[in-house]
Structures are given as structure tokens and as C-alpha cells.
Design a protein around this ligand. Structure first.
Ligand code: MG
Length: 143
């Protein structure tokens, strides 16, 4: 199993959800560095190295909210998949949207999973634990 810890990008506009994810990371002892962008546009800039040029290893895993201002999750995914340098990133949708259309669109854009945001913190921690076990198991390319 790879020793390398990959960076994770959370794309989320809701401050409370950002806090919940951070808490769930802590509770599960998730050590992957977590970066946060508040919408799709910010995230694209970040992934192109435009927001923080000091970051050497750009995130390989993205946790993506769908409903966000400026650029929502599905539109972001469309841009990502068109982009030669970003199209291989693993994206997990984390949303409150239970709309079938969103699920169809997301999977058509090759998301690694579509997760409904749990209502309780306890379930949130469980969900992040499952995700952590999954990405710890996976190998990612160096570049
Ligand atoms: Mg949102």
C-alpha cells in the first residue's frame, strides 16, 4: 500500500458543512491535508495552481457539494472532465440533493461516489470514515 498521503479538496459553500467535515476528519484521525474552496470557479482556479502557487501536490481527491453560487458542482464536473490536466481526479459528491437528475448527471461525469449528507454528526463521521478507508486503499498516480 502506498505511503503517500494525498491532498484533498473540499468544494463547499456552507460554512457549517465545512466545519462538520473538518470535525469528522479529526474524529477519524484523517491526516490528509484538506483544502477548501467555496464554489466551482474557485476550485478550478485552485486546481490550476492559481490561488496558492506554493502547493506542490495538487489534490487528487475532491469532495464536492452540488448547490453553490457562481459555479455549482455539476457545472464544475463538466469543466473538470473536459480538462486534460484534471479529468482523472476522483470526485465524491456530498450533497443534500436527492434528485435523480443530479445523480445521473454526476455519474455520467464519472464521480467515484454520490453521498447524501447525513443529518446527524454521528452519521457524518461514519461516512467520512468509510471514505477514508476507501481512499487509503486506493493507489493514486504521482503526477
Ligand atoms: Mg451548498
Amino acid at each position: 500500500m502506498g505511503e503517500k498521503i494525498v491532498n484533498i479538496l473540499l468544494v463547499e459553500d456552507d460554512e457549517v458543512d465545512v466545519m462538520n467535515i473538518k470535525r469528522a476528519f479529526k474524529k477519524n484521525n484523517v491526516t490528509n491535508p484538506l483544502f477548501v474552496c467555496n464554489n466551482g470557479l474557485e476550485a478550478l482556479d485552485f486546481l490550476h495552481g492559481k490561488r496558492d502557487p506554493s502547493i506542490v501536490d495538487l489534490p487528487k481527491i475532491i469532495l464536492l457539494d452540488l448547490n453553490m453560487p457562481k459555479m455549482g458542482g455539476i457545472e464544475f464536473l463538466r469543466e473538470l472532465r473536459k480538462d486534460e490536466s484534471l479529468k482523472n481526479l476522483s470526485v465524491f459528491v456530498m450533497t443534500t440533493s436527492n434528485e435523480d437528475k443530479d445523480k445521473v448527471d454526476a455519474y455520467n461525469l464519472n464521480v467515484a461516489g454520490y453521498i447524501l449528507k447525513p443529518l446527524s454528526m454521528e452519521r457524518f463521521i461514519e461516512a467520512v470514515s468509510a471514505l477514508n478507508n476507501y481512499w487509503k486503499l486506493c493507489e493514486f498516480p504521482d503526477k
